[in-house]
Design a protein around this ligand. Structure first.
Ligand code: NAP
Length: 190
């Protein structure tokens, strides 16, 4: 939802959340190959995430400078520090977690776990970049938020929140695109 962003060009400096994860790494490669020159890859484990050193080398070979940062995006102050330390022109929000269970068995802890990674973190990125001139603000959503998915009530809610956030941002004249992906082939969560 949120519609296509016209005249899309890869921003020079991009923050990729979940940038050390399966899809985040793919996006980072794509960005580096399409002109982005400064990539900030963020996850809770940051440089400790498996394969990150190789990924950084690969991206640097494509001509991008790479910074890998450990940051829990559900921590608002940490996100504020991240954005202050690493000014960017665009954001790709691909962080997320799964914690599947049947709705009747869903605990508040599980709900919080899933919402924090995708929805609360997106809210922080939205609120803390309102004064910046971002050219892109892309949210990695899921079809689970559109038509539901077995055992994924929390995940569906988190993704529906992203879709709503994109609509609210665009209504406010801010860039936003929420992409409700189906399952990707080859790695990552579903
Ligand atoms: N793969 C698919 O088929 C598919 C389909 C539809 C939508 N999506 C969406 O695409 C996005 C990427 O999925 P993926 O398959 O690449 O999953 P993944 O490989 O598990 O990557 C998720 C990333 O998010 C990071 N993360 C989780 N919580 C975080 C937090 N609180 N703060 C910072 N980073 C956090 C994880 O790293 P740490 O654990 O180190 O924090 C990891 O790097 C997700 O939003 C997912 O919902 C994926």
């Amino acid at each position: 939802s949120g519609g296509p962003q016209g005249n899309w060009r890869a921003p020079h400096r991009v923050l990729v959340t979940g940038g050390t994860g399966a899809l985040g790494a793919r996006v980072a490669r794509w960005l580096a190959g399409h002109g982005s020159r400064e990539l900030v890859l963020v996850s809770r484990r940051g440089p400790e995430a498996p394969g990150t050193a190789d990924l950084a080398t690969e991206l640097e070979d494509l001509g991008a400078s790479v910074t890998v940062v450990a940051c829990d995006l559900a921590d608002r102050e940490a996100v504020a520090r991240l954005l202050a330390d690493h000014p960017v022109d665009g954001i790709i929000h691909a962080a997320g977690v799964l914690d599947d269970t049947l709705l009747a068995e869903l605990t508040p802890r599980q709900l919080t776990h899933v919402l924090r990674a995708k929805a609360e973190s997106a809210a922080h990125l939205d609120e803390l970049t309102r004064d910046l001139e971002l050219s892109v603000f892309v949210l990695f959503s899921s079809v689970a938020g559109v038509w539901g998915s077995g055992g994924q009530a929390a995940y569906a809610a988190a993704n529906a929140h992203l879709d709503g956030l994109a609509q609210a941002r665009r209504a406010a004249g801010l860039p936003a695109t929420s992409v409700a992906w189906g399952p990707w082939n080859g790695g990552g969560m579903v």
